[in-house]
Write a protein that binds this ligand. Structure first.
Ligand SMILES: *Cc1c(COP(=O)(O)O)cnc(C)c1O
Length: 369
């Protein structure tokens, strides 16, 4: 069956900003602005101020934003890092790549870290916590920062899905020592390829990450100050992203509108668990609209058969992947439960009201059968 509601729609997305994007690409190419130029610096400054922090350092992915944040914080062998299993694999892989040990904590009903359980998992080896703000909703950062202060732990936020979200008036990425964002095309702010950024208020961390992303070299003197990596954000991507950043508040608005329409259309179905809604504390940006159903696999098949693209993130919990090694000892009942129940409905600014209604109607039809 022909796809009637795609999960992402990049052609339509770029269609709407075509001239502006082409203009900055032409400008950059005609001047040879390809590496570490003003477009990158401007985008880094604009993103940092969007999040409400001092520094932004563009890197080549959200994964490297996490990895370089861990490195710059001095985390390595012998250290334990608390995070969740209900996340994209990179959150955990970057901890392993640093030589540290990931300690997996279960999630709560909001699918973010259960902070109470995190406190129980703290040992003398614990050095850091990586909360993940999944689906565009911030983890309970009030409680988490209090625990981090009490035990003197470094907080690195995996905010890859939450650019523009806030909790108690404070933006995702501005709570911890550093905040990590991804510009993977399908993210809140997506590049025309891979990209990421670290934001921080800490000058030393900012300088260290600037070195690490560029082979450890101090460009002005040619001196290598450490062994680094090649993880620069492409100047061309930065130029495109800077155009798109201006539209982000508008796009967040539309995502919230879509979430409201889904909520209105689906809240009468007792078989379906809907995501939490924004309130006076949480400003959610709906990177994903994730619902839960006990009959998930059949519902997903029904939607797909009706031409609606659905994503399941993630059907098999990360601690059950044997090849990832050393994770199977964690007992995470809620993570396992949500892995069996979650499905993501299409949500992006270009989605039309008609498409949303078609998704709602198709779900109702499933439960009426
Ligand atoms: C996308 C994502 C990442 C990784 O970002 P990339 O840019 O794809 O490397 C990390 N964590 C979470 C929660 C993500 O959604």
């Amino acid at each position: 069956m022909k796809c009637r509601v795609p999960f992402v729609n990049y052609p339509e997305h770029y269609c709407r900003i075509w001239d502006e994007v082409m203009k900055v690409i032409k400008e950059a190419l005609s001047k040879g602005d390809l590496m570490l130029r003003h477009q990158l610096r401007e985008f880094e400054e604009n993103t940092a101020s969007f999040v409400g922090v001092k520094y932004g350092i563009g890197v080549n992915s959200g994964t490297d934003a996490l990895f370089l944040s861990l490195k710059a914080s001095g985390i390595g062998h012998g250290d334990e890092v608390l995070t969740v299993a209900h996340t994209f694999v990179a959150t955990i892989s970057t901890v392993v790549h640093c030589g540290a040990k990931p300690i997996l904590v279960d999630v709560g009903e909001d699918m973010n870290m259960d902070v109470g359980q995190a406190e129980q998992a703290i040992t003398p080896q614990t050095r850091a916590i990586i909360p993940v703000h999944l689906n565009g909703r911030i983890c309970d950062m009030g409680h988490l920062m209090a625990i981090a202060d009490k035990y003197n732990l470094i907080v690195i936020e995996d905010a890859a899905q939450a650019l523009g979200a806030s909790f108690n008036g404070k933006w995702a990425g501005s709570f911890g020592l550093s905040g990590c964002f991804s510009f993977y095309p399908a993210k809140m702010l997506g590049g025309a390829g891979d990209g990421g950024i670290v934001v921080t208020d800490d000058r030393e961390v900012a300088e260290k990450i600037r070195l690490l992303r560029d082979h450890g070299q101090q460009r002005e003197t040619g001196e290598f100050l450490c062994h680094g990596f090649n993880s620069r954000l492409d100047n061309l991507q930065a130029a495109i992203l800077d155009i798109k950043l201006k539209y982000l508040p508008e796009w967040i608005n539309r995502r919230q509108e879509i979430a409201d329409l889904y909520h209105q259309g689906l809240s009468s179905l007792p078989e379906l668990k809907l995501p939490p809604q924004s309130d006076e504390f949480f400003f959610d940006v709906y990177q994903n609209y994730v619902v839960r159903s006990k009959d998930r696999d059949r519902l997903v098949a029904h939607l797909r058969d009706s031409g609606i693209e659905i994503l399941v993130s993630w059907p098999k919990p990360l601690h059950h992947h044997k090849a990832l090694g050393g994770l199977s000892q964690f007992h995470l009942p809620m993570t396992e439960k949500v892995s069996d129940e979650v499905l993501s409905l299409p949500i992006y600014p270009e989605l039309s009201d008609e498409e949303i209604m078609l998704v709602v109607k198709t779900i109702h039809k499933f439960y009426e059968q």
